[in-house]
Design a binder for this molecule. Sequence first.
Ligand SMILES: [Zn+2]
Length: 429
Amino acid sequence: MLCTLVLSTVASASWAGAPPHDYLLLPDRVWTGDGNTAHTDWAVLVHNDSIAAVGPKASIQTPADTQRIELPGATLTPGLIDLHSHLFLHPYNETLWNDQVLKEPTDYRTLEAAAHARVTLLSGFTTLRDLGTEGAGYADVSIKRAIDDGLIPGPRMFIATRAIVANASYGPGPRGFRPDLDLPSGAQEVSGVDAAMRAVREQAAHGADWIKLYADYRVGPDGGTAPTFTAAELKAIVDTAHLIGRPVAAHAASDAGVRMAVEAGVDSVEHGYGASESTFKLIKQHGTAYEPTLTAVDATEEYFDHYRPGQDPPTAKMREAEHAFRTALKLGVTIGNGSDVGVFAHGTNWREPVAMVRDGMTAPQALHAATDVAAKILRQQDHFGRIAVGMRADLAAFAGDPTAHIDDLAHPVFVMKDGTLYRTPNEKP
Ligand SMILES: [Zn+2]
């Protein structure tokens, strides 16, 4: 009992100080997550951790002692959501992925992850689905707990812990390394239905909210991308996860890999660069969500293929990713905002909605993908993702109007999560 009491004391003493009861937020515009236009002369009233009122300024009754926060020139939106992050990675042009996994101690990576969580929250992203620690074991469970306990500032976390890969079908190596080396893996390796089921149960028991699997990887004869798991292994992972209430996210870049993952019943497909139109039709039929991770391609092409943003035409890989995205958009596939941040700098998650608009979405479509649509993919649409009475007070404001100019997401001026202030125009972090 004593232990419980101590923990709840920590939880109520939030990082930014105990929040006052009521805030009246006064931006130039409010975009609620419903529809495609921002409302001028609207305000939002926050009571404790939730939204108490939203509407025309004149219509909102404020209790005594309400703290007014003016947000001149800014647009208030629901807190943004990135459905594909890696808090335990940092940009590959700083340190190659292999070197991060092989050389950086998990303790150090965990401290880095805490710093990454902070900059992410301060950039207006109040929720992350973090899809695997990439060799840092279950350290994401501790990051999530430290955020929930108020020890460190960070987004609301949905975590995947170690992720599941087929034996010898991920990195580092074994390809490219001397064969007598026993390398640590970037994820949990399994072969066979029993081992696959066991891994799901272990990860769930240790705290995985989602199960992440790699349906394909560079395992083809010449290092080309090919499916890794058999259909039976995929189905075993998905069915075991669903039995205990964990949705499944599948890394899949090849047409065959995406198709097998969707047929096995995964809940979201990550990347999907090589998926054909008929495979996207299957995704649509199954109601599977798709996270395009366009920015990951932009970043890796810049690091490893001499692509210069703003100067060069898109590379072949960028065009392939764009083509997949446009196909999904045309077919009405559920597209969630998922960037693969970690490949590029944390706190610049806004690059993905910007890339989605570059490749064919309207600004409001990209905002929906990062708010209400993303919340629905997380099965959290009753808790956050829109500005509506009774929803959690997860809110962000940006200088300008991102419903008209998506790039304005790069300029956050205000961040609140669960009714706690983390950023205001007067107090810059
Ligand atoms: Zn990823």
